[in-house]
Design a protein around this ligand. Sequence first.
Ligand code: ZN
Length: 87
Amino acid sequence: MSIFSIFRPDRIPSLSRLPKELGREERPCERCVRRTEHILYRVPKKVVLLYVKEHPESLHATCIVCARSTVLTGEERERVLASLRDP
Ligand SMILES: [Zn+2]
């Protein structure tokens, strides 16, 4: 028995848990009260021991002016994902 067997794979930091930038889009920012550039990114969520990319709150948009972040849901989420799939 090696002492290393006590380390479990899920304790090792994985790149899969990091948000991934998907693109940028100009959209209205509630805090800036005007249209600003937002970074669109996908936030993985840990489910049991896995990080899943597809879940209802996976898509975030962050204003590059004030750093306000919003979760895109419903039709808006579908629209952004569709536009990212078909540039
Ligand atoms: Zn803003």
